[in-house]
Design a protein around this ligand. Structure first.
Ligand code: PLP
Length: 280
């Protein structure tokens, strides 16, 4: 694939993207991911290169011709090639780019360490969309790696727990509630939203007392029985240490492990509303 240097996404960061997982020849939550790139594109004032149905069809066809059965589909919408100016008025053809990344590895369920990010979080207008401006995310991931941690956690401008560098977070409180930060200042993660639905099964069998989406203060997060990262790249990943604070007995929490199994099951054999078959 060739992307021109004068594409507004390349030299001005005027592009949006999204990623959907490919599992056993199915695209997981494709509708949700397509809706999200269209929302991001609207905020970024990028004219849709095609209508929604055509975008969806092109994405499925791209996976089909790649013959990839397991991996991920990543796609971008850009204002397109132009004249190297700040204004996109010289960009006459918005573009859709898509690539398929093969990945046969199994999801890792080992507990990881996270640190608090010192890199400022993006303001809500930009944090709630998925633009290609990921410099803060890259720097916060590098900051984590420098401290031998997996991810860095952002606090929002009111000091509440926000999200990780490319994932959402959730907690199991002392009262056995699943607690997730509100989505008004962060990215509305597809696996995070799906976990909120799947966790209702744990409430029904009495393993959770309830599910709450709310502001989460740092003390509540650090003292929670369990913490987990949620995202397309990690699915559900138990956190066993945040900064110096080790969670519980330092072992992966049971609710995090069960939620990982639920989401894996959902990807492998869930409802047709979350699994779109690819015809190869
Ligand atoms: C900042 C941020 N938060 C949350 C997420 C999780 O979202 P999803 O897994 O739906 O892509 C991502 C994913 O890249 C992200 O970049």
């Amino acid at each position: 694939m060739v992307i021109l240097m004068d594409d507004h996404m390349v030299h001005r960061g005027h592009g949006v993207f999204d990623t959907a997982a490919i599992k056993k020849g199915h695209l997981y939550e494709l509708h949700q991911h397509v809706d999200r790139i269209i929302r991001s594109g609207t905020v970024a004032k990028i004219v849709l290169p095609f209508d929604r149905e055509t975008i969806r069809r092109i994405l499925i066809q791209t996976v089909s011709v790649s013959k990839c059965m397991n991996g991920s589909l990543r796609y971008w919408m850009s204002a397109g090639p132009g004249d190297f100016q700040l204004s996109p008025s010289g960009c006459h053809q918005p573009a859709l780019y898509a690539i398929v990344i093969e990945d046969q590895s199994l999801f890792d369920s080992r507990g990881i360490k996270v640190v608090t990010s010192s890199i400022p979080i993006k303001p809500p207008q930009f944090a709630t969309m998925k633009s290609v401006n990921y410099l803060p995310n890259v720097l916060s991931k590098m900051e984590a790696e420098e401290q031998v941690a997996f991810a860095a956690i952002w606090l929002d401008d009111d000091g509440f727990i926000a999200e990780g560098s490319n994932m959402n977070v959730a907690f199991v409180t002392k009262e056995q509630e699943l607690l997730m930060p509100k989505f008004d200042k962060i990215l509305s993660g597809c696996p995070a939203r799906r976990v909120l639905t799947l966790a209702e099964g744990l409430v029904r069998v009495g393993k959770l007392r309830g599910i709450r989406v709310d502001n989460v203060c740092i003390d509540e997060g650090k003292s929670a029985d369990e913490m987990m990262l949620l995202g397309s790249g990690v699915l559900v990943r138990p956190v066993i240490q945040w900064d110096e604070k080790v969670k519980g007995d330092g072992k992966e929490g049971p609710i995090s492990k069960t939620l990982l199994n639920y989401i894996l099951e959902d990807m492998n054999s869930g409802l047709s509303s979350v699994r779109v078959p690819v015809r190869y």
